[in-house]
Design a protein around this ligand. Sequence first.
Ligand code: ZN
Length: 107
Amino acid sequence: MTAPSWRAVEREIARARSARRAAPWVLLGALGTAALVAVAGRNVSGALPVLLPGLAAVLFTWWMGIARCPVCGRRLEEGGRARPVGAAGPSAIERTHRCPRCGARFE
Ligand SMILES: [Zn+2]
């Protein structure tokens, strides 16, 4: 096995951040589309087949918003929670270059 590279981890963190940034818009799009269908069809239950794939997309985007360790596959960011997009300063993983779960060091 090759040593995990810090560049790969940086890419993973950046990818997760952009997914988290997109998540509210995906949610808004899903709700907006369902609302339009409900209004146009004058039938709230008729919007359900539109809403469900939209919510699946929201779940998928949320899942993509989790940065994962290339070694153990668990969450890289501290506390098991995604940091808010605007959070100040580097996260623990950016300071230590070390997976908080399995202790793998990224060079
Ligand atoms: Zn790990």
